[in-house]
Write a protein that binds this ligand. Structure first.
Ligand SMILES: NC(=O)c1ccc[n+]([C@@H]2O[C@H](COP(=O)([O-])OP(=O)(O)OC[C@H]3O[C@@H](n4cnc5c(N)ncnc54)[C@H](O)[C@@H]3O)[C@@H](O)[C@H]2O)c1
Length: 315
């Protein structure tokens, strides 16, 4: 099978690409190595993959209109499966000046890829990486796809919801097979350096305090990256445009999670409490019933085990 993975050098995209190659697939990996975090970390994510003859890297920017490079990457007659993970990630940076980068990489790039997909045809499925950020500040938990009204609390969430809606529109109007998966706080080896566990682990290692925005009572539904990759693979057969939560079922208060992190690292953390940041939501907790019923997927990695693997740097 031939696959396209966008954002393939990123945290989740590189794990997915490794999995597809291990299944004997051929992957066209698209990534323009944005400097949201150091591109060298992205090169390191795929260092073992570039030697694989079934891996082809296109260092192209999906937000630009010209997509002829993508036509050349595939034989017109072959069926392809598109995993669209490329995005400008992160809630906090999405305010102010930076917002235009989010509209380009999250909305325009998605629309370009959708247009390319319907024109090309032969796209077996378009699998979109959406986010729990589309929900915003919800008190009536868990978040259920067809019951909880998405009301993002950050510009990032607005762009992810806009792109998710674009995928739905192209499915409904042009018959493009698609599925969107809303990921909840993904962690594991290679986690983005701006994400909480990466920052906390670095602080513990260097003896610096962990900075907590708020009082630490906020909860998150932590999802191990290996479980996300399995969810992506299992959803590939689902082509009716549905939107499903993909979450780990490890909903914990931040302070409890830090306790588990200390246990995994075998070291004590120093804590510093700071004001809540704009766009940060208090709680996330997903119902994953739809994904489980549709695909048989279940998360299997307990937080302590996932954190040990993140510490070891191996999945
Ligand atoms: N990590 C999480 O907890 C999480 C949670 C919810 C949703 N998501 C979504 O999952 C996807 C992957 O997230 P991640 O954490 O691996 O992020 P990441 O930043 O590590 O990976 C995204 C990759 O996309 C690339 N990219 C950005 N704009 C591009 C463009 N215009 N053209 C080509 N490549 C481009 C970047 O260079 C980067 O390598 C994103 O869509 C993100 O919104 C992630």
């Amino acid at each position: 099978m031939k696959y396209m993975v966008t954002g393939a050098a990123g945290f989740i995209g590189s794990h997915l690409t490794r999995q597809l190659l291990s299944e004997g697939g051929e992957v066209v990996a698209v990534d323009c190595f944005r400097d949201y975090y150091h591109p060298e970390l992205k090169r390191a994510n795929i260092a073992d993959l570039v030697k694989n003859p079934s891996f082809k890297l296109s260092e192209e920017d999906l937000s630009l209109k010209n997509m002829s490079w993508l036509d050349r990457a595939f034989d017109p007659a072959e069926e392809i499966l598109v995993y669209h993970l490329a995005a400008q990630a992160g809630v906090r940076k999405s305010w102010g000046e930076e917002f235009s980068q989010y509209t380009r990489d999250n909305i325009t790039a998605t629309q370009n890829l959708l247009e390319w997909s319907i024109k090309r045809g032969n796209v077996k499925n378009f699998i979109y990486a959406s986010s729990s950020s589309v929900y915003g500040r919800i008190t009536d938990l868990p978040m259920v796809e067809d019951k909880t009204l998405p009301m993002p609390d950050s510009p990032y969430g607005v762009t992810k919801l806009a792109a998710e809606n674009l995928v739905r529109l192209y499915s409904r109007n042009y018959g493009l097979p698609s599925v969107s998966l809303r990921f909840f706080t993904v962690y594991g080896p290679g986690q983005r350096p701006d994400m909480a566990f990466s920052i906390f682990l670095e602080a513990i290692r260097t003896g610096n305090p962990i900075r907590i925005f708020g009082d630490g009572s906020q909860t998150r539904d932590f999802t191990y990256v290996g479980d996300v990759v399995r969810g992506l693979r299992k959803s590939s057969e689902c082509t009716d445009g549905r939107v499903m939560n993909l979450a780990g079922g490890n909903t914990l208060h931040l302070l409890e999670a830090i306790g588990i992190l200390e246990e995994a690292a075998g070291m004590k953390a120093k804590l510093e409490f700071l004001p809540v940041q704009p766009g940060d939501v208090q709680d996330t907790f997903a119902s994953t019933e739809l994904l489980e019923k549709t695909t048989g997927w279940k998360p299997t990695t307990p937080l302590i085990e996932g954190l040990r693997r993140q510490l070891r740097g191996r999945i």
